[in-house]
Design a protein around this ligand. Structure first.
Ligand code: ISE
Length: 337
């Protein structure tokens, strides 16, 4: 293929608009052929200035638009299943923002539909797998550099949560990243989840239980603790320390310029995930475009999306009951081996 890959972007909110900009200006070999969003004004604004980009309020119309050969789904999680099934029906490869679906049953239906097509079409947007520091930590663990892993200590902090954020979303929208990162880094499934909630921060909007401590247990006996704090106020931080039998390694401390002046020293804390993970998002979309042009799917699969959704479901139940909750995972189909 010599001409650019025509992509339809579904959802032009914050992430969708960022992906449109990325495909249009950063990634070569691809172009935005269509965009769709229920907000008619917004979608027109996002399409304006992009050559040959059609704007729709109906996602189905965007998939059917001339020149569309692949789809990037960046609409809210509850809209993903319908969009994935519509893309599969047209045989279109998809990069779907996380979560694949908010619930495990929906993710199972997505896997079944993909298997009916008979070839892999979906990649899930777990972009941390494309972050340089995460890649380094994965390489170290895979090479046995820390010995057998025992713990992952994770911190995931957002400056502030959006107005629509719910207590459940702390798990299925935020901690879902640590769930995928833990599965990927360790090569092990998560088997049980426990959630502890301290008294909520006074910065948390009314009704939101924030922060929380989420404990994941894995099949190989690793314990992963995640502090999730989505209204920490001071910036965006994602830290992961792996502890093994022969050492530890930590990523995410941020390496901004160190300034010493006026009797003080310090640097800047990034405020946002689109900044902290900008390179990872670029690399993710670039590799997806390259693989799609070769007719391949190389990134996290619908199985990874399903496994993360199953852990999230156990996590939300653990939030409600306060009890340690086993993860119910269907057997992995050979299709996703
Ligand atoms: C958001 O959707 C993301 O994916 C961010 O990476 C995460 O930090 C944030 O908590 C989520 O709401």
């Amino acid at each position: 293929m010599t001409r650019p890959l025509g992509i339809a972007v579904l959802g032009t909110g914050r992430m969708g608009a960022d992906h449109v900009r990325r495909i249009d200006r950063v990634v070569s070999g691809a172009r935005v052929a269509a965009v769709a969003d229920p907000d008619g004004e917004r979608v027109k604004e996002v399409a304006a200035g992009i050559d040959g980009c059609a704007a729709f309020t109906d996602p189905g119309a965007a998939l059917a638009a001339p020149g569309v050969e692949a789809v990037l789904i960046a609409s809210p999680g509850p809209a993903h299943e319908e969009a994935l099934l519509a893309a599969f029906a047209r045989g279109l490869p998809v990069l779907c923002e996380k979560p694949l679906t908010p619930d495990a049953a929906g993710a199972l239906r997505v896997m079944e539909a993909e298997q009916r097509v008979g070839r892999r079409l979906a990649q899930v947007g777990f972009m941390r797998r494309y972050d340089a520091e995460y890649e380094q930590l994965k390489a170290l663990l895979d090479a046995g550099g820390l010995g057998r892993p025992l713990f992952l200590h994770c911190r995931h902090r957002n400056a502030a949560s959006p107005s629509f954020f719910t207590t459940e979303m702390l798990i299925n929208d935020s901690v879902v990243h640590e769930v995928d990162a833990a599965r990927w880094l360790l090569g092990q499934e998560v088997t049980a989840v426990t959630v502890l909630s301290p008294a909520s921060s006074s910065r948390a909007p009314a009704g939101l239980r924030d922060p929380q401590l989420v404990l994941l247990e894995t099949a190989g006996g690793v314990v992963v603790d995640v502090e999730i704090f989505v209204n920490c106020g001071f910036g965006y931080q994602v830290v992961c320390e792996a502890v093994g039998e022969s050492g530890s390694a930590r990523i995410g401390d941020g390496q901004s310029m160190l300034v010493q002046s006026g009797g003080r020293w310090g640097g800047e804390i990034v405020q946002d995930y689109t900044v902290r993970f900008a390179d990872a998002y670029d690399r993710q979309v670039r590799r997806w475009v390259e693989a799609t042009r070769r007719g391949e799917v190389t990134g996290p699969s619908a199985w990874d999306g399903y496994a993360a959704a199953a852990v999230s479901e156990a996590g939300v139940s653990a939030q409600r009951t306060g009890s340690r909750t086993p993860v119910e995972l269907a057997p992995r189909p050979a299709f996703y081996a």
